[in-house]
Design a protein around this ligand. Sequence first.
Ligand SMILES: C[S@@+](CC[C@H](N)C(=O)[O-])C[C@H]1O[C@@H](n2cnc3c(N)ncnc32)[C@H](O)[C@@H]1O
Ligand code: SF4
Length: 341
Amino acid sequence: MDNIFDWSYDELKEWFKDSGEGSFRAKQVLDYLYKGAGSFDEMKNLNSTSREKLKEAFVIYVPEVIDKRVSKDGTVKMLLALQDGNIIETVVMKYVYGYSVCVSSQVGCAMGCSFCASTKGGMVRNLLPGEILGQVMAASKEAGERMSHVVLMGSGEPLDNFGNVLRFLELVNMKEGLCLSHRNITLSTCGLVDRIRELADMKLQITLAISLHAVTDEKRREIMPIARRWSIREILDSVRYYMDKTGRRVSFEYSLVNGVNDSLEDAYALASLLKGMKTHVNLIPVNVIREMLFRPSQNKAVESFRNALESRGIEATVRREMGGDIDAACGQLRRSYLDGM
Ligand SMILES: C[S@@+](CC[C@H](N)C(=O)[O-])C[C@H]1O[C@@H](n2cnc3c(N)ncnc32)[C@H](O)[C@@H]1O
Ligand code: SF4
């Protein structure tokens, strides 16, 4: 049976019409659902025939929180169980402007980046649109408040689950649902160039973030297998195309790894790659994960890197991962959980 959260307002309207009920029922059902109804029986405004028809066609399914850790800085990392028993993680962060949730787009990841815990067990499966949406709902329930921002930066490569992620973007924006503006959604990708171009053509107003992490193709290939498929030049061309088509700024993620990509030469090379682009660089000292030998850059190297970028006119922020005391690096809590099973 379908999870009703995979369905859009328009589709539900059609469904009600086809099943002989008024299409106005769709709005009633969505009102109940997004206020947290856990069963069709709670939907008292509907007659019993409608409720029975719904029960025959749909389940109401939001991933279940099975564990959570709360960090000193208030970040909450949740482990969620899916219907098929797979486990994903979702992180809720509080900022001055409100809450932000970091959602997973896949169970695991196929991309194989050498510093990332999400990919260690390979890719298990794509998440369905309702399962991505369900993470936003679980986060709101946890925070007791609606989310003001969503970042697709948890486990998985969102552009490798393109159809379902596009569908999620439609559902999360729905006026009759969570009504979250695309401007408050960031999608982070390791750089699937063909998909970036497709996304650009759709002219959605989401923010795109590119995980670059190295300034030469050679170095990038050492830490990110996707670099064998797409060169840095191809990625930057697709980013310019995205900016052109959507009018949005694109940001870059650059994880700083001690002795690997954090020299001043790297910083100046990054500045020349991004020269002339209206962009922002997020520098993230790499989070140590158990199986890996990488170490984060020292504070001095991080500051010098940032200063070098700024001296060349590239805006840069150092982002210390929130919730550092609770296995907050992407995919880490899930891996600890699976390792302990
Ligand atoms: C987990 S990925 C998910 C989104 C997408 N697959 C991507 O690579 O952009 C989100 C961000 O976390 C970064 N990341 C992964 N492992 C990390 C680690 N150990 N330390 C710091 N950043 C990490 C990635 O490079 C990426 O910028
Ligand atoms: S950094 Fe992103 S693309 Fe790379 S393995 Fe992790 S989740 Fe996948």
